[in-house]
Design a protein around this ligand. Structure first.
Ligand SMILES: NC(=O)c1ccc[n+]([C@@H]2O[C@H](COP(=O)([O-])OP(=O)(O)OC[C@H]3O[C@@H](n4cnc5c(N)ncnc54)[C@H](OP(=O)(O)O)[C@@H]3O)[C@@H](O)[C@H]2O)c1
Length: 308
């Protein structure tokens, strides 16, 4: 099969080449992939840290070629969205049936390919906050792939949504169109406290977001797009208003029962009720251009590669 392979001698660390077909375990379906989407962790972590010849890829959408031998999961011919730690950037993917969502017939599989990592992370991190109806929720790094899903889902959940971006003048209108009530450059600007935070930036921005958390509020630390260390000042966890605030850690692939949520997200995207925010789309032959846009922070939203 053809696949995007790690090749440290190539400019972006990847080349389109030939790899052995995957051999599915009994609980895995074999999926013919037609589209994938990129995530920053793959570019900054997986590609540099993998040996030559490895096939990366967390997100992939396609059609079941062969059902799992144990009888679980959908039948051949079913369109699906899939999640895994590797192997998504290839024509064939063996994927555990509990990490697979069923996609409506006729759906745009490119749009659906944005749902596994970005959509599920936003949804599951939001679940961790508990009910948000009528409550203030802050999403940091809201212009990114996860953030744009998080803004939409928090708004759907009835929250008063506050979004941060490094450039509110440039991104404010888009974030408000997705559902943000307020757009600010930094959590430190907020006059009123928030009940919940989905933090995608980390570092000093996480510390300032935590500083705006109301008593009994929760901050879910999902990402660290800034790459900066997080250092709390002395006294950050005590004093008036600081009672019983929670910082929760998050790792998507440790979340149980992702399949039904992936099916739901795919249906919402197909119905037009959730915008996948595809801001770069092209052939996987042009993966280098998408990778460069992501690394250079020119890409806000999701990059989708079609396996043509
Ligand atoms: N824990 C998990 O299981 C899990 C799952 C999914 C994602 N993540 C992590 O969550 C984070 C967000 O993921 P994503 O896919 O939404 O990423 P993304 O599309 O790259 O978006 C990240 C956003 O963070 C903002 N940002 C602020 N400071 C930045 C900096 N120094 N460099 C780059 N961006 C910066 C950017 O917004 P502005 O330019 O508008 O400021 C950007 O849009 C990443 O760290 C990712 O690895 C973790």
């Amino acid at each position: 099969m053809r696949a995007l392979l790690v090749d440290h001698s190539a400019p972006a660390g990847l080349r389109l080449g030939e790899a052995p077909d995957p051999v599915p375990a009994p609980d895995e379906a074999l999926v013919r992939v037609t589209a994938t989407s990129l995530n920053p962790g793959e570019v900054t972590g997986v590609i540099p840290g993998s040996p030559d010849g490895a096939v990366p890829g967390w997100d992939a959408a396609g059609v079941v070629e062969r059902a799992a031998a144990d009888g679980s999961g959908p039948a051949p011919g079913t369109p699906v969205a899939t999640l895994g730690l590797a192997g998504g950037w290839a024509e064939l993917r063996a994927v555990r049936t509990d990490l697979l969502g069923v996609v409506p017939a006729e759906a745009d599989l490119g749009a659906i390919a944005t749902t596994p990592v970005a959509g599920l992370s936003a949804l599951r991190a939001l679940h961790r906050l508990g009910p948000v109806l009528g409550r203030r929720v802050l999403v940091t790094g809201a212009t990114g792939g996860v953030g744009r899903y998080a803004v939409q889902l928090a708004r759907r959940g009835g929250a008063h949504v506050v979004a941060t971006t490094g450039d509110p003048d440039r991104h404010g209108d888009r974030l408000r169109a997705l559902g943000a009530h307020e757009v600010v450059a930094d959590p430190g600007e907020l006059a009123d406290p928030v009940h919940g935070v989905l933090d995608l930036v980390g570092g000093p921005q996480l510390v300032r977001a935590h500083g705006r958390l109301a008593a009994r509020g929760t901050l879910v630390s999902v990402g660290r797009a800034s790459g900066e260390p997080t250092a709390f000042p002395a006294g950050a966890f005590e004093g008036m208003g600081a009672h019983d605030r929670t910082i929760a850690t998050f790792f998507l692939l440790d979340c149980p029962d992702l399949g039904p949520d992936l099916t739901w997200l795919a249906g919402q995207v197909h119905a037009g009720a959730l915008d996948p925010n595809v801001t770069w789309r092209g052939s996987w032959r042009d993966a280098d251009a998408a990778l460069a846009a992501l690394v250079e922070r020119r890409l806000h939203g999701k990059a989708v590669l079609d396996l043509d």
